[in-house]
Design a protein around this ligand. Sequence first.
Ligand code: ADP
Length: 221
Amino acid sequence: MKVILLGAPGAGKGTIAKLLTEFDGSVPISTGDMLRAAVKAGTELGKKAKTYMEAGNLVPDSLIMEMMEARLQEPDCQKGFILDGFPRTIPQAQELKKLLQKLSIALDLVINLEVPREVILDRLTTRRTCSNPSCQEIYNIKSNPPNPDGTCKKCGSLTIQRDDETEEAILNRLETYNQKTAPLISFYQNEGLLETFVSLDSKKTAQSILEVLKKLHRKCY
Ligand code: ADP
């Protein structure tokens, strides 16, 4: 599958991306995870992105496009990809359209995840993330806690609350989403690619998404 996941921070994009990838081996690509790994590794990109990210602001479009142009041409993307957190602005969506045309890639679907604001706020303040850049497993202290000593069940590294998960940064991220990213819903509606899913349960939502994809691709699945 070649899909984009749209949804506010905390809408469950990362969890749903993982469930979808288990289905057909398409690679989940999270620009947030890629940027956090770059910050941790101290690369040029990481140094430039760090201050924007910590405040919950968007990283400039030019940096993101450079990173994604390279990523989408890596061989593993030929099996399909699930974009989580990209595009995030209208200019990024316009640039992505040109890039996909250049690479002769057609998107199957843009998935818009709708989740009530109270649910999102609760999820973000209770979220914990594995600090190991090559793991980044996501936990929730209420519904899916890490080990009792706060370590990751998968790799044993410490789980942490991200710098951008303070209440102030969360409110800023939600505001940025409404201003900069929500307009992508109409953009992709006009492209005839959008499907909205009201999502409270990630597993059920992933199933509904697969049903829609199956209808689109009767021959493939
Ligand atoms: P969220 O849970 O807010 O969706 P992500 O892990 O997707 O978080 O992103 C974390 C941060 O990385 C964002 O707040 C932003 O600073 C930066 N970022 C990620 N993707 C993009 C993008 N496509 N454009 C600009 N900034 C991005």
